[in-house]
Design a protein around this ligand. Sequence first.
Ligand code: SF4
Ligand code: SF4
Length: 185
Amino acid sequence: MITLKIKDLDKVNERVGENNLLITCSNCPYWNYSRETVDEIAGKLNAGIYNVDRICEREAIIVDVLDYDSVLVFSCGAGTQVISEVLDTEAIPVADTYALGVRFGEVIRTYCQACGNCILDQTAGLCPITRCPKGLLNGPCDGMQRGMCETGEHSCIWALIFRRMEKKHKLDDFLKINIPPVGRK
Ligand code: SF4
Ligand code: SF4
């Protein structure tokens, strides 16, 4: 799922008029924010809500923007740009696109930052760029204790990578890990 962080709504409010529309992408954002949160955002920003199943499907967006002072969007950055293009208007995001997450009960854990240079083939399918707080490409660091990250909040991802490769009898490959600098191609 794409995970979003709601912006400072007081700052967003400084940019909008009295009668606004908040367009939401029903399929994605509700994964990490509730319907009630969307209602609260709309209330704070004097906006009615227009739900689109998937903003990526451009033909589903039918709105007369002349009826509104400002068009706000609660979706990923791609969705906000689609709204701007399809409606030929300024689209104001109310959230920052953060990362790709996985739900564990009520908790969303970030698993991928869409870095554009996936190294999971070298790291036993686990992402240290995202799941090591230091983003280390050559862990574990000396803070690891009994398989736990030095933060004490979760397992050390490099310990998990090691264990998984050990199980597959690939420790030689672990020692050879030589990940190139990460960056978008
Ligand atoms: S290496 Fe990059 S693309 Fe692959 S899971 Fe990690 S952040 Fe995502
Ligand atoms: S203990 Fe492991 S996960 Fe935590 S910062 Fe060090 S290398 Fe990264």
